[in-house]
Design a protein around this ligand. Structure first.
Ligand SMILES: Nc1ncnc2c1ncn2[C@@H]1O[C@H](COP(=O)(O)OP(=O)(O)OP(=O)(O)O)[C@@H](O)[C@H]1O
Ligand SMILES: [Mg+2]
Length: 249
């Protein structure tokens, strides 16, 4: 069942009388429980696409349908609620609130949504277990390592049980070993919780944790790569590297 559908998505930016076509007509579908990686050269439109499917920005043309809801017919307030209920975001720079503990940061989306966190204690505890931070729950962000902060951000993205988790370069600020552990955690949330995930990444190794890779070039989808039943990570890495190489002129 498709949880996300992008149809004919275009995005033009006009700067000083000059138009930049960041997305030139993108179509794709993400099914429930799928884990998709978006790759492509710098400036190919990855972040723009993620912003459009997350309702953070509006397309110049085309339509995003998320959890059965067309975003174009929603007003700003409805889009905000849609985001709050259906989307978990993870960013490169973690974006945690510095004055709150790990547990409070994880709980925050529930509070913003007007829910009583006490009714979700079991869920919050299980998320702390999932991201292996049960013993760090009272730590503030500056008392946590970069990898630990990103694990808080993952638990925060999962806490509302969103229809989809969107992440932009979530390992971009971490060393490769920590980045691999973070991708492994997303893989686990996909396998164990059935979480649908779309990540933007520059890193072919990070992309090997997904079920398939969509390659963007000049604002268009240049290639779809599916791993199918290939589980060997080295073999997956070669497939991604070959696809990336084939893109180059
Ligand atoms: N707010 C903006 N105003 C004008 N042009 C923009 C804006 N945001 C992005 N662009 C342009 O749109 C194109 C796509 O940008 P985008 O940020 O989506 O690329 P990206 O694939 O995420 O690149 P990177 O890998 O460097 O993050 C680029 O040419 C960029 O300069
Ligand atoms: Mg980007």
């Amino acid at each position: 069942m498709p949880i996300l559908q992008a149809q004919g998505l275009k995005k033009d930016y006009v700067l000083g009388g000059h138009t930049v076509s960041a997305l030139a007509g993108v179509d794709f579908i993400v099914d429930q429980g799928e884990f998709v990686a978006l790759m492509g050269p710098s400036g190919s439109g990855k972040s723009t696409l993620l912003h459009l499917i997350g309702g953070l920005d509006k397309p110049s043309d085309g339509e995003v349908t998320l959890a059965g809801q067309r975003l174009s017919i929603l007003n700003d307030n409805q889009v905000t609620l849609m985001r709050r209920h259906n989307i978990g975001f993870i960013f490169q720079f973690f974006n945690l609130l510095p004055t709150l503990t790990a547990e409070e940061n994880i709980t925050l989306p529930l509070i913003i949504d007007g829910q009583n966190p006490r009714q979700h204690l079991d869920h919050i505890n299980s998320l702390l277990q999932l991201v292996k931070l049960a013993d760090r729950r009272h730590h503030k962000p500056d008392q946590l390592s970069g990898g630990e902060q990103q694990r808080v951000a993952i638990a925060r993205a999962l806490v509302t049980k969103p229809a989809i988790v969107l992440a932009d370069e979530l390992t971009g600020n971490l060393d490769s070993k920590t980045g691999a552990a973070i991708m492994d955690l997303l893989r686990q949330s996909c396998d164990e919780l059935g979480q649908t995930i779309v990540v933007v990444t520059h890193d072919p190794r990070a992309a090997t944790y997904a079920d398939r890779v969509i390659l963007l070039k000049d604002g268009l989808i240049a290639q779809h790569t599916r791993f199918g039943n290939i589980t060997d990570r080295a073999q997956r890495l070669r497939i991604v590297m070959d696809a990336v190489e084939a893109l180059e002129p």
